[in-house]
Every structure is written in C-alpha cells, then in structure tokens.
Design a binder for this molecule. Structure first.
Ligand code: SAM
Length: 224
C-alpha cells in the first residue's frame, strides 16, 4: 500500500539516497515504510523508546509485507544501533536538546555513521554545534514549511567544518536564503520597537545584537 508523507517527512525522506537507514524515534513508522516502499533504503531499522509506538511501526511493516526489510528495535536514542551498522541515521520530530544529547552519547560510545539526516523541532543551533563537535560536516541545511510551521532539515557527511555564531543559529546557508534574511529583518524591526517600550530588558538587547550581527554579515557579503 503506497503511503503519502506530509511536506516535512517527505523533505527528510528525500535526503536519504542509498543503503541502510536507522529511523530513531520512528513512532508510527511512516517514514521507515516510505523509505522501503520507494526503494530509497535497502533496509530500515526503526527504533523507538516507546513500546506502543514501536508496535504501530511493526504492524505497518507486517501489514505491508516488508517486515524483512523494516526491522523494529526498542531503545533509547542510538543505543539499539551498532557503530557503522547503517549508512544513514535519521532523527526527526524531537527537540534539539535531546537530539544533541543523543549525538553526543553515540559519539562517546565510538559510533560513527556516514550520514545523519536530522530535523529538530527546537534549538537547531544545539544540533549544529554538536554535529560540528563530533566530526560531521553539514551538507544540507534548509527550512521546510509544513502546516504553517518552519522546520529545519539537516544532512551531514563525515568531515570537519567551522560555523560562525550566526550560522549556528540561523543555518549554514542563511546568507544565501532571502526568506530567512527577510524574517531576520522583520524580527529585528519588531524587537527594536519592543525595546523602545521596554528599555530595561537585557534579553531584548541581546537578541537585537544577535540579529544585527547576522544581518551585518549579509551586508559584508553583498560588498564582496
Ligand atoms: C513526535 S514523534 C516523531 C515521529 C517521527 N520521527 C516524525 O518525525 O514524525 C517522537 C517519537 O520519538 C520517540 N522518542 C522520544 N524520546 C526518545 C528517545 N530517547 N529514544 C528513542 N525514541 C524516542 C517518542 O516515543 C515518539 O514516538
């Protein structure tokens, strides 16, 4: 039975382009099944910390007769996956704090993977920082709109990279992304007005500084 993914999961799935995959926190298992159904992955290990969630994924595989290629494993983060056992690790729909802790724990256990495809719901800057710290280079960093919300989607390969504080916060390619630059300009305008009304707010002043620095970089790029 074919399955239709929403824009977020579809964008994530399209970044997987070969081999075996671990889908960490698979929940319903739709992405895992889609990867098998579209032949983007030869094998998927779908994992979840919740037994009821994993049961849904296992049933989806069984009903569609792909249980031989879509395997389910219960466990926390990357614990159920061995070093290099899959080509790509997908983690989507979790907060950036938890996601970066998962990456750090896997790295500390000596686990390395050719690619990560990650979509944190929050704090993408923590995920970018952890990727860089654990020897992964971000090769795709984009925003996907789904049901009126913006989602960050990242893909990595093994390698070194360094990011400016603004790139950590707003994405490796934010200087080339007119939509993000516009959003930053609008936020800056809004925060400056708020700061005039609340001159004692240090949090507002700090955010204004961050936005000004990010936008200053875009002016410097224009001059090059
Ligand atoms: C919001 S769902 C996301 C499902 C799917 N990945 C997606 O993006 O649509 C989050 C899933 O992650 C699972 N989860 C939460 N913490 C986890 C952990 N530490 N390790 C593995 N799975 C976890 C939850 O049980 C839940 O099924």
């Amino acid at each position: 039975m074919p399955i239709r993914l929403d824009e977020r999961l579809y964008a994530i799935g399209c970044l997987v382009d070969y081999g075996s995959v671990a889908d960490i926190g698979c929940d319903h298992g739709k992405l895992s099944y889609w990867l098998i159904g579209t032949d983007r992955a030869s094998k998927v290990i779908a994992t979840d910390i919740s037994a009821p969630s994993l049961k849904k994924a296992a049933e989806l595989a069984l009903v569609n007769g792909v249980e031989g290629r879509m395997i389910t494993r219960l466990g926390d983060g990357l614990a159920p996956i061995a070093d290099g056992e899959v080509d790509t690790v997908v983690i989507a729909g979790l907060g950036g704090d938890l996601m970066s802790r998962m990456l750090a724990a896997a790295h500390a256990e000596g686990k390395r993977f050719a690619h990560y495809v990650l979509s944190p719901n929050t704090h993408p800057e923590k995920v970018r920082a952890q990727l860089v710290a654990t020897g992964n280079r971000i090769i795709v960093d984009k925003c996907v709109m789904c049901a009126g919300k913006r989602y960050t989607v990242l893909k990595t390969e093994v390698g070194q990279m360094s990011l400016t504080p603004s790139q950590l916060l707003f994405g490796t390619d934010y200087l080339d992304d007119a939509e993000t630059l516009n959003a930053l300009r609008q936020e800056l305008e809004m925060r400056r007005k708020l700061s005039e009304e609340n001159p004692d707010s240090q949090a507002l002043k700090d955010r204004i500084k961050v936005l000004e620095t990010a936008l200053e970089m875009s002016k410097q790029e224009d001059k090059l």
